[in-house]
Design a protein around this ligand. Structure first.
Ligand code: G3P
Ligand code: CA
Length: 236
């Protein structure tokens, strides 16, 4: 079972920062998950929320701020004074740090409250510029965004994120018309039947977000492929 560091090793360092990604590498994670959004000047940056309010000392929507404005904010101190001065990473900086390491990079495309028209293309451009396309899985709750991405790059590995418990999940998957590499259900919806059916269709199952060791072991026993966790040391 692969251990995928959710927003980096976010138990140990501020989420979605270079410090958290470096920590995940140091701790031997098999994969790193991160959230990407576009700034006002169309630069892909890494941040979970649509605003910077929770994770920085600033306020406002990312889509209303330029990279220059965002880079002036402190994304470390809300986690711990030890990380004061940590800035919002661009996807470019992130791929420079982790791109040549033997890990899977789970890039989650974040849309809302605006749906930027260029997010998919900008992300793909950077992934190809860094030559890491073979080890990236693109995920999103916005399956239309994944469809746009597939239309640009039919070889992209697609991971469908779910935070609803769908009736006839595999009919839904079939109806997307997309080639699905993996499904990423919320962990409390995953069942043995779901895992078996996914595997019969050659689809991997990566569940989010599990931070409890006993639970992690149960899911490992069920045969999931990847565990998305804030704590890469969860089973060590
Ligand atoms: O990749 C799974 C997980 O990151 C999805 O939820 O809200 O943490 O982005 P969220
Ligand atoms: Ca995410």
């Amino acid at each position: 079972m692969n251990i995928i560091a959710h927003r980096g090793a976010s138990t140990y360092a501020p989420e979605n920062t270079l410090a958290a990604f470096q920590k995940a590498l140091d701790q031997g994670a098999d994969g790193i998950e991160l959230d990407v959004r576009l700034t006002k000047d169309n630069v892909p940056v890494i941040c979970h929320d649509a605003t910077v309010n929770r994770t920085s000392n600033g306020k406002g929507f990312i889509h209303n701020m330029t990279l220059n404005q965002l880079k002036k904010l402190d994304f470390g101190s809300t986690f711990s004074k030890k990380f004061k001065g940590e800035t919002i990473p661009t996807l470019d900086e992130t791929l420079s740090l982790i791109g040549d390491k033997p890990i899977t990079i789970h890039i989650e495309l974040k849309n809302g409250p605006v749906i930027p028209k260029d997010l998919e293309r900008k992300v793909l451009d950077l992934v190809y510029r860094h030559g890491v396309e073979h080890k990236v899985v693109y995920s999103s709750f916005d399956h239309v965004s994944l469809q746009r991405l597939t239309n640009i790059d039919p070889n992209a590995k697609i991971g469908l994120l779910f935070h609803i418990n769908l009736i006839n999940l595999f009919d839904y998957i079939q109806n997307t018309g997309l080639h699905i590499y993996s499904i990423h259900p919320n962990h409390f919806y995953v069942t043995e039947e779901m895992i078996d059916e996914a595997h019969e269709r050659n689809i991997e199952v990566n569940i989010y977000t599990v931070n409890n060791r006993d639970q992690a072991k149960i899911y490992q026993g069920l045969g999931i492929d990847g565990l998305i966790t804030n704590d890469p040391l969860i089973l060590k």
